[in-house]
Design a protein around this ligand. Sequence first.
Ligand code: F6R
Length: 264
Amino acid sequence: MLVVIKKDYEEVSREAARIVAGAVRSNSQIVLGLATGSTPLGLYKELIALHRAGDLDFSQATSFNLDEYLGLPAFHPQSFHFFMKQNFFSHVNFPSGNVHIPDGTISRNYDEYCAQYEQSIKAHGGIDLQILGIGRNGHVGFNEPTSSLASRTRLKALSRETVEDNRHSFSNDSEVPKCAITMGIGTILDSRRVLLLASGRSKAAAVAKAIEGPITSSVSASALQMHADVTFIIDEDAAYSLTQRDYYRHVLEMTQIFTPERLS
Ligand code: F6R
């Protein structure tokens, strides 16, 4: 595990974009796992800027999004389909046929649909690089606390905390989603490389538990400790509760000297 501590959100976004852009350049047919939410917005902005500058080509890339709210059609402004189009896909040359986001409008045969999503990831050769944010309760994707660490893509009830976090985005209380389709923790752990981004003091407790706490289903992100190639890119505020900050800085320095390719 590599923990990269940056000054602020802008630096986190730039560093994440540097790594993602490097991965896309070295493998034009890359399969990206993508996240929504406020955290990756800066990353998407940076990637869009690189694309506009002629420095980044997504014409052969494929993507699988982590999750989608159940009950929201793609045109709903709070859907993750809408988010991805608005904040990334409509600004870059990602072929629409290569974009995969769980369908929030299905109303039956959930298990079959989710198994197909898994199958499709497999058929594309698996996810090369998975981008993650982290919830205040330590969720990744919508793997809420007590999710099985071996879970696969499935329908998942959202926790009270997540529903509350989302409430402000919906004008009508009855519209606030209570369930989502999400990749499982097992699905995420199958990715070849994982980048988790976090910013702000509100994430500090979850980040510390994920990196330094015991591996537990109470903190889904702690399962990433079992992944052989995970990089946390976090700002000083999100790093606030880590006890080993000096050691992470030392490891990073050594990595830059001995295995700089790990960072590109
Ligand atoms: C989004 C997702 C979630 C978010 C998490 C953090 O696709 O799967 O796990 O990454 O809720 O959200 P933000 O970045 O809005 O704090």
